[in-house]
Design a protein around this ligand. Structure first.
Ligand code: SAJ
Length: 426
């Protein structure tokens, strides 16, 4: 069996490497030539434990890179599906283009699997017609189905090996072909959905549920503050109930999945009201963190704030839709000379940003020392492991004032308070 993976972002690359390291001949195809060059030079765009060596093993073995789609028994599509904010819908241009690329090399007997997160109906209504354009019949001549990826960024390889998979095929033969494809790759179970649309719906239902659950935790955080209750200890106590499992509050919801995917469920009927409110609650959290800061330092006018951690969550390098970065942007200019207040900055404050994991070259990231030097306050925007053991004495000695806001629960609040810090937590 041969596999062609279309799209070598972190899911496509991990998937291609996973197939290859299980003994399958794989071609990884991407239209981004720079990406392919970097990969051939041994520079995967993802920094996760063991990821680099896993990809390198594949490249040294069964994984070949290609600038063109190649004929293969199985085509796996892992392309991005951005949210088109203007039109309020998923931008399926990459899926359509991948479909055309697959169609250009498709042969009778081949199997096509879509893994990208898409609105319900995409596999059968958008992808299938594109695949049929060359005269092949989807179902009779080629198998087609949808199998969502569910891996957690930061834990990609482990989850690729162990997560359950959901398979929705256009017919029985497609389901069987896709089941036998994924069975050797995961120790998890394979669950068969009624059809591709159900499988697409399930993927969105999972991420929308998590987004709503986090909004609930954030709502509790706001309420707890008014009652003088420590929300994290309250949630921990509440979770002792056998049927209650509340998530953690934080500075907002980032990444390219939870803030985006619930919108893909929008059907224009208004049935998404709960999902929309959840997104609004989460979107307002960065401003709430600024208010916590203001509450501690008074007016932010002329103040310098060091934001530590600007990735979308702890222990990842991805800054997409990051609430920590949003907080920094509200405080000042993050792209040019540090400490520059910008028009529209929060009360003419200025900001420095430090992150040991972020790799975004458009941002003016500085060392920890430079970030806290002379700062009036520190805000933690992402719970990187590196921050848990920071020395408050050393940091406080460099700062002008000792205020720390920790909405991500990364520091030992008592320890920082013992060193004279005014500590604000969520
Ligand atoms: N967050 C909180 N409180 C929490 C958990 C998360 O505020 O209790 C925040 C994070 O800090 C981050 C955002 O939510 O800003 C999203 O992080 P996440 O860890 O919840 O999820 P992602 O986006 O990294 O990955 C999600 C996962 N989906 C689910 O858990 C249902 C992952 O399994 C999916 O594969 C991924 O989306 C995806 O690609 O769809």
């Amino acid at each position: 069996m041969t596999v062609c993976v279309h799209g070598l972002g972190y899911i496509g690359l991990a998937t291609a490497a996973h197939f290859a390291n299980h003994g399958t001949e794989v071609v990884g195809f991407d239209v981004d030539e720079d990406l392919l060059d970097r990969l051939s030079e041994g520079e995967p765009a993802v920094s996760e434990p063991d990821f680099e060596s896993y990809v390198q093993d594949a490249l040294d073995g069964n994984l070949a890179l290609s600038r063109r789609p190649r004929p293969a028994d199985v085509h796996v599509i892992c392309v991005p599906t951005p949210y088109d904010e203007m039109n309020g819908e998923a931008d399926l241009a990459y899926v359509e283009s991948a479909g055309r690329n697959v169609a250009s090399v498709l042969r009778p007997g081949d199997t096509v699997v879509l893994e990208s997160t898409v609105p319900p109906g995409t596999t059968t209504e958008v992808l299938a017609p594109i695949l049929s354009r060359g005269g092949l019949d989807v179902g009779d001549d080629v198998s087609l189905g949808y199998t969502p990826e569910t891996v957690m960024p930061g834990n990609t390889l482990t989850e690729l090996r162990t997560n359950d998979r959901i398979v929705g095929g256009v017919d029985e033969a497609s389901v069987e072909a896709i089941e036998s494809l994924y069975e050797p790759l995961t120790s998890g179970d394979i669950h068969v959905a009624a059809d591709p649309t159900t499988a697409e719906f399930v993927k969105l239902a999972q991420n929308a549920k998590r987004n709503v659950s986090i909004a609930y935790a954030n709502t509790l955080a706001l309420l707890a503050e008014n009652y003088g209750v420590d929300v994290r200890s309250a949630i921990s106590l509440a979770n002792n109930h056998p049927r209650v499992d509340i998530l953690n509050p934080g500075p907002g919801v980032g990444g390219h999945c939870l803030p985006v995917d619930p919108h893909f469920l929008s059907d224009g009927t208004g049935a998404t009201e709960l999902l929309d409110v959840a997104s609004q609650v989460n979107d307002r959290m960065p401003e709430h963190v600024i208010r916590m800061l203001e509450d501690a330092v008074g007016s932010l006018h002329g103040k310098t704030v060091a934001v530590l951690g600007i990735t979308y969550k702890g222990n990842v390098s991805d800054t997409r839709n990051s609430p920590g970065l949003e907080i920094a942007k509200l405080l000042g200019d993050v792209t040019t000379e540090t400490r520059t207040a910008v028009d529209g900055g929060w009360g003419e404050s200025s900001v420095t940003i430090h992150d040991p994991r972020a790799t975004d070259s458009r941002l003016q990231l500085v060392s920890l020392d430079a970030a806290v030097d002379g700062a009036d306050a520190v805000v933690f925007g992402a719970a990187h492991d590196e921050f848990a053991d920071l020395n408050p004495a050393a940091i406080g000695a460099k700062m002008s004032e000792r205020t720390v806001v920790d909405p991500v629960d990364v520091i030992d609040a008592e320890r920082w308070a013992d060193h004279g810090f005014d500590v604000r937590t969520l």
